[in-house]
Design a protein around this ligand. Structure first.
Ligand code: UDP
Ligand code: LCN
Length: 794
């Protein structure tokens, strides 16, 4: 690439020179991709001989993510492909091109923000040094399909010449126990050859039996041979499992390995961590920091319990799986159940929420809610207390630990490493990419956000995890020109703290895309009339079209117009006020449709959150300045799930639409809820909705940075529907189909259970090689994270 670039620059010397000059003249130290693009396009339009579209220079400029200006050099981070980075610099006068190591590129940035740092040699975090022996994906398009890749690797390793792979599989089969009972094979089976012989003998004994003969009837004879419970509930299933294993020992293939491992009874109990509150089953949504993560976990638990139970039953084990969701206990619970140490999870047999309080330095219980940005000093003590509580509850350790968000993933790391349990991370959203330069200017944000703790926790947890679930591809690796959330941890710097030259590799097979769903009991098509909750319609009508209401502002003067509906927490990123202002400034759209907003509170006194209070004040200003009271109905209330489910459908009955205008949305549960209800949905193209919606088919993408265009897209839709009412139906149908095909909890639970077995096996066979990484992360935790967190406690 470098050679081609040099040649190209030589060919287009004047153009390059002028462009670099313009970049310098912007008067900024850091130039973002969009600004560079603007400068380049403007120059190309004026210039007599700009470089052609496919030249190395144009391609490089197209792929630049950031330019750093340290005259006379301008350095560039270039991302020629998703997940692949190159760093180089060009001399602004001589036009010489040089490659730059990533550490040096970060150093240029550090010097610009902290010029006083002479002879600065910070700690460099480099996880790459420990990962060289581990296989990685190669193609950007395979990112997020870790388990398929791993299956291929594992099955070829099983097949190695000295038979060591088979021996590990044999040892692994001996590991499984439940409530003190041995499963799969007992000590009569001594080695791989023994195992082969046992399979043959067992197949012979079972050959003539009715496939429906239950395990109990053959248990005795199989145990004599060396086989224990876990192979199947009846002879048919046992035979299949034996056949799979014998196939695996003969000619291992990725598919057989996956199918065989999927049957091993490994997961009986599970710990799900979501430390920051409020976490409960009612009255919590809309409280600060409490949104989709809670919805996700509760739905996840219900579907996982069902799946775990079904799988164990198929393997002939009548065992009730245990799922514990662990969160913090908050004595000042504000009318929620968050001060209760235990809560049964409705819709499950046995799952519950366990609440463990945060304790201060002297062991005292912390009574009040703490923002997710402030909880870092409490997590280690919390993890210790949780361990004791969980061991008592389960009578041992769980079989899988799942973390949620930065705090949960850190606690999952501490617990998994102490209890030697497979660790799964889920992020929901990483904060890093939400705020521009949150790393470089971390000091400026430290008082409010404490990103130094959060990013350090993230680095540790993501590298400790055995596997990571993401809701979308972009969460890992972004898009052609946008960086992924995980990818942004690859190389960055926190000046004066440490520098990360290799923080995480998005080609690592630990990443898997497993998207959540919408609860199908609550969110379903508006056309399913027999399931509809007609009894709520009076209330909904009153909410939307009724008169004055203490928790609402605005009354719809013309109730016959179609509704534009939106619902979200009222924080800045959700950009609900953005939508209101686009609407306010678009007379034609205001003429055509009404707007219904469910968010925040109308009375600012009811909010305890600074950002939310600001948004409330801004919303009132928009109403006042633009005279919105006759066209917008703002409901400052939290709707429970059942009511919001019927509300989506009610709006669909009136041939309305749903809008999700966020500046960034990690996934966007409301988007799939609206779509599955049959509402044509318009959602931000930053984040998950970009993948959920196929633009123009199953909904529409809107760009929150260009509100006028977004409002036009809405207007055009309404105009088109007026001319062709079938249009609304087509988009509505395609949205429902899309969700039903890709975003269901049933699929999620099946995937999750398969993954936990395969990564469990992978962890087992690579256990020794991982010790180095573990030790490195432990050191980073003790020397970096712990003091940073302690500083917060004063
Ligand atoms: N929600 C709700 N009632 C409300 C507001 C929100 O039930 O008044 C639910 C909404 O249906 C969705 C979740 O809260 O299930 C929000 O999740 P999303 O992923 O859209 O955003 P988050 O809040 O997690 O950023
Ligand atoms: C958090 C978010 O911000 C949303 O984008 C997700 O949909 C939600 O969690 C559930 O994962």
């Amino acid at each position: 690439m470098l050679e081609a670039l040099r040649e190209d620059i030589a060919r287009h010397r004047e153009f390059t020179y002028l462009l670099l000059r313009r970049l310098q003249n912007l008067g900024r130290a850091f130039v973002l991709r969009s600004d560079l693009q603007d400068a380049y396009r403007a120059l190309a339009a004026e210039h007599a001989a700009p470089p052609p579209e496919y030249s190395a220079l144009t391609q490089m400029l197209e792929d630049v993510q950031e330019a750093v200006i340290t005259a006379p050099w301008i350095s560039f981070s270039v991302r020629p492909q998703v997940g692949r980075w190159v760093y180089l610099r060009i001399h602004a006068d001589e036009l010489a091109v040089e490659p730059v190591p990533v550490g040096a590129f970060l150093e240029f940035k550090e010097r610009l923000v902290a010029p006083h740092l002479e002879e600065y040699r910070p700690l460099e975090f480099d996880i790459g040094a420990f990962q060289r022996h581990f296989p990685n994906l190669r193609e950007s398009r395979s990112i997020g399909q870790g388990v398929e890749f791993l299956n291929r690797k594992l099955s070829s390793q099983l097949f190695d010449r000295d038979g060591a792979g088979f021996h590990k599989l044999f040892l692994f089969l001996r590991e499984h126990r439940c409530n003190g009972h041995q499963l799969m094979i007992n000590d009569r089976v001594r080695d791989v050859d023994g195992l082969r012989a046992v399979i043959r003998a067992a197949e012979k004994r079972l050959a003539r039996l009715d496939p429906e003969t239950p395990w109990d009837a053959v248990a005795h004879t199989l145990q004599e041979l060396g086989l224990e419970a876990g192979w199947g509930r009846d002879v048919g299933r046992i035979r299949e499992s034996l056949e799979l294993l014998s196939e695996l020992l003969e000619a291992p293939s990725p598919k057989t390995l996956e199918r065989f491992l999927a049957r091993i009874p490994m997961i009986f109990s599970m710990l799900i961590l979501s430390p920051h509150g409020f976490f409960g089953q009612s009255n919590v949504l809309g409280l600060p920091d409490t949104g989709g993560q809670v919805v996700y976990i509760l739905d996840q638990v219900r579907s996982l319990e069902r799946e775990m139970h079904a799988r164990l039953a198929e393997q002939g084990l009548d065992i009730q799986p245990r799922i514990l969701v662990v969160t913090r206990l908050i004595p000042e619970a504000r009318g929620t159940t968050c001060d209760q140490p235990e809560e049964h999870i409705s819709g499950t047999q046995n799952a519950k929420i366990l609440r463990v309080p945060f304790r201060g330095r002297d062991g005292e219980v912390v009574p009040h809610w703490i923002s997710r940005f402030e909880i870092w000093p409490y997590l280690e003590r919390f993890a210790n207390d949780v361990e004791t509580r969980v061991r008592a509850e389960l009578g041992g350790r769980p079989d899988l630990i799942v973390g949620n968000y930065s705090d949960g993933n850190l606690v999952a790391t501490l617990l998994s490493s102490r209890m030697h349990v497979t660790q799964c991370n889920i992020a929901h959203a990483l904060e890093k990419t939400k705020y521009l330069y949150s790393d470089l200017y971390w000091r400026e944000n430290e008082d409010q956000y404490h990103f130094s703790c959060q990013f350090t926790a993230d680095l540790i947890a993501m590298n400790a995890a055995d596997f990571i679930l993401t809701s979308t591809y972009q969460e890992i690796a972004g898009t052609d020109h946008g960086i992924g959330q995980y990818e942004s941890y690859g190389a960055f710097t926190l000046p004066e703290l440490y520098r990360v030259v290799n923080g995480i590799d998005v080609f690592d097979p630990r990443f898997n895309i497993v998207s959540p769903g919408a609860d199908s009991e609550v969110y379903f098509s508006h056309q399913e009339t027999e399931r509809r909750l007609g009894g709520l319609h009076g209330e909904l009508h009153e909410m939307l079209f009724g008169g004055p209401h203490p928790e609402a502002r605005g009354m719809l003067e013309d109730p016959d117009k179609p509704l534009i509906f939106t619902m979200a927490r009222l924080d800045r990123i959700k950009n609900i006020t953005g939508l209101v202002s686009w609407y306010a400034q678009h007379p034609e759209l205001r003429r055509r449709a009404n707007l219904v907003v469910v968010a925040g509170y109308v009375d600012p006194g009811r909010s305890g959150d600074r950002e939310e209070q600001e948004q409330i004040a801004y919303m009132h200003r928009l109403f006042d300045e633009h005279g919105l009271d006759g066209q917008v109905r703002w409901l400052g209330m939290r709707l429970d799930k059942v009511l919001s489910g019927e509300l989506y459908r009610y709006v669909a009955d009136h041939r309305g639409v749903f809008v999700q205008p966020a500046l960034f949305e990690a996934f966007g549960l409301t988007v799939i809820e609206a779509m599955v209800s049959g509402l044509p949905t318009f959602a931000t193209l930053y984040g998950g909705p970009l993948e959920i919606i196929e633009h123009g088919r199953s909904g529409y993408h809107i760009d929150p940075n260009h509100g006028d265009e977004a409002a036009d897209v809405l207007l055009e839709f309404f105009q088109r529907c007026e001319a062709d009412p079938g249009h609304w139906d087509r988009i509505s149908r395609a949205g429902m189909d899309r969700v039903e095909a890709r975003y269901t909890w049933k699929r999620y639970a099946e995937r999750m259970m398969t993954l936990s077995r395969i990564y469990g096996f992978w962890k087992y066979v690579t256990n020794l090689e991982r010790a180095e990484t573990r030790r490195y992360l432990e050191m980073f935790y003790a020397l970096q994270y712990r003091p940073l967190a302690a500083r917060l406690e004063g």
